[in-house]
Design a protein around this ligand. Sequence first.
Ligand SMILES: Nc1ncnc2c1ncn2[C@@H]1O[C@H](COP(=O)(O)OP(=O)(O)OP(=O)(O)O)[C@@H](O)[C@H]1O
Length: 268
Amino acid sequence: MEISKVSKSLGGKRVLKGITLRAETKRLILLGHNGSGKTTLLAIILGLLKPDSGSVRLNGINPLERRDKILKLVSFAFEKPKFDVNFRVRDVYEFLKNYAESDCLELFWNEIELSKIKDSKILELSSGQTQLLHLMQAICRRSEIKVLDEPFSHLDYVRAGIIGDYLVKKGFQVIMTTHVPEEADWLADYVVILKDGELVWSGQFERLSEDGYYEVMVRGLYVPPGALAKVGNVYIVKSTQEDLEKLMQEGKILGYKRAGVRRHYEVY
Ligand SMILES: Nc1ncnc2c1ncn2[C@@H]1O[C@H](COP(=O)(O)OP(=O)(O)OP(=O)(O)O)[C@@H](O)[C@H]1O
């Protein structure tokens, strides 16, 4: 994926400020706090939104020029899907049988247990159930790239775990957003951290650890020195263990861990 100097204003606000990125990777995660511009950037990558300036190429294709190719290449799920058709869950499942990988449908239907709500009207589903149905169409439809906007935001840990592990096992090319560092740690080959519409860090997640970053939980509104970005209730902070211990003793932070360490544990 190549993103070159992409800027975008919405409602008079500069939402993306000159994002440049070139990454050849399997699973790219856009990590950032609420309102940092993740969904806007996804929409631009898909060609659903035109940038004010700059350009995007996804697997060599300009999404604004070759909409047909992008729609074949990509399937996507946005966080707040709106189904406004009067279908039942089983209608979606039956429809997808013609377009989807059968092992994937099997996973959503049986292991994830969508079959248990097969007779429910999709307009009457809970947010988590709606998200699962939307993920089923995005992940199972035959496509090279899965673009997923906060795919686990309404899911329980068990179902999120099953779906995340499946994405890794199948080796799909994935571009997804999250504001949960653990999800980046777990799934990403490559992480892009956005803060207020700017790209503040990008690279392999474990490099955060090598670069001396920690994930820090703060007390109240305290902002720790060296903060790179805030994601969810966690700051990503460049610091030392000694300084963080001092902040713990002063009661300013509640806890910390090395950023991007999980893969290190796997290695040893
Ligand atoms: N259609 C719009 N009109 C005006 N402002 C918008 C519009 N869409 C998004 N914004 C603003 O752009 C900023 C970035 O929004 P975006 O949805 O890209 O952020 P995000 O990082 O995906 O956030 P979240 O994690 O909350 O989903 C926000 O401040 C939002 O209010």
